[in-house]
Design a protein around this ligand. Structure first.
Ligand code: ADP
Ligand code: CDP
Length: 235
């Protein structure tokens, strides 16, 4: 008989922060290296926004958004090497990154009925992750998974964030310059931080990592180091 080996309990990592701080890149890499699932919660809010825009729903009418919030079927893949998202069976991973969705998503995600619907999906995915999950967004540590084993809040200067995002958009054929990108990011930060329901915020027990002067690899190593530290402490 083999000695009783204790199954490690699934590890839940919450990574929050504003746009362009490195949440998606860091979360995907950490999940892939640790063999965990990955959840991009921003993609879910973008997907429901894409569906509303496609269906002609007035996204500035919270009652209309609330009434439609439960209608689309949103399915998120959780493989960090091939994150996928579909709405009613259509792959929307490309269209949800468009400027129209980016400009509309903060209004849609501020509606409480949208948040409760998406939060339910997120908790179901986290609960079903066999080895655990890295979930990234704005309210993971505060609202979605308040009992996460590790909470990280990423920050970076607006200049660094705008330069990164602008570079990325150029690669995707977009043209906005750094100044326009910076303005758009700050506007979205203000809307996301200022909403009543589950705003963008650092959880009291989250560890803040300023990525302005760090390479992506340094951020990934920092987070993996914090996961290891946490494991040592609970052993
Ligand atoms: N520490 C870093 N240094 C330089 N570029 C980075 C760093 N972290 C992420 N990036 C780049 O910045 C862009 C935005 O990163 P992303 O992970 O999508 O941020 P977020 O999910 O917070 O919006 C991507 O092109 C990514 O490769
Ligand atoms: N947990 C989350 C994640 C995203 N969001 C909303 O979804 C938008 C898009 O999130 P994202 O993570 O794709 O944004 P980027 O950081 O990629 O620019 C945010 O600006 C928020 O309005 C949210 O409200 N709560």
């Amino acid at each position: 008989m083999a000695a009783t080996t204790q199954e490690a309990h699934p590890v839940v990592i919450a990574i929050d922060g504003p746009s362009g701080t490195g949440k998606s890149s860091t979360s995907k890499a950490v999940a892939a290296r640790l063999g965990l699932d990955y959840l991009d919660t921003g993609a879910q809010y973008r997907a429901i926004t894409w569906w509303m825009l496609s269906g002609g729903i007035d996204i500035h009418d919270p009652a209309a958004v609330a009434a439609a919030a439960s209608k689309p079927e949103i399915v998120s893949g959780t493989d960090p090497l091939a994150p996928a998202i579909t709405v009613d069976g259509t792959d929307v991973s490309g269209p949800i990154r468009g400027q129209d969705v980016t400009a509309a998503v903060s209004a849609v995600s501020a509606v409480p009925e949208v948040r409760s619907r998406i939060t339910r999906l997120q908790r179901t995915l986290a609960a079903g992750a066999p080895r655990g999950i890295v979930a990234e967004g704005r309210d993971i540590g505060t609202t979605v998974l308040p009992d996460a084993d590790l909470k990280i809040f990423l920050t970076a200067s607006p200049e660094a964030r705008a330069a990164r995002r602008s570079n990325e958009l150029k690669g995707n054929g977009g043209t906005p310059g750094v100044a326009a990108t910076r303005e758009a990011l700050l506007k979205r930060d203000a809307a996301d931080s200022g909403r009543t329901t589950s705003p963008l915020a650092k959880a009291g027990d989250a560890i803040e990592v300023d990525t302005t002067e760090l390479t992506l690899e340094q951020v990934i190593e920092r987070v993996i180091g914090l996961v290891e530290e946490r494991k040592q402490r609970v052993r």
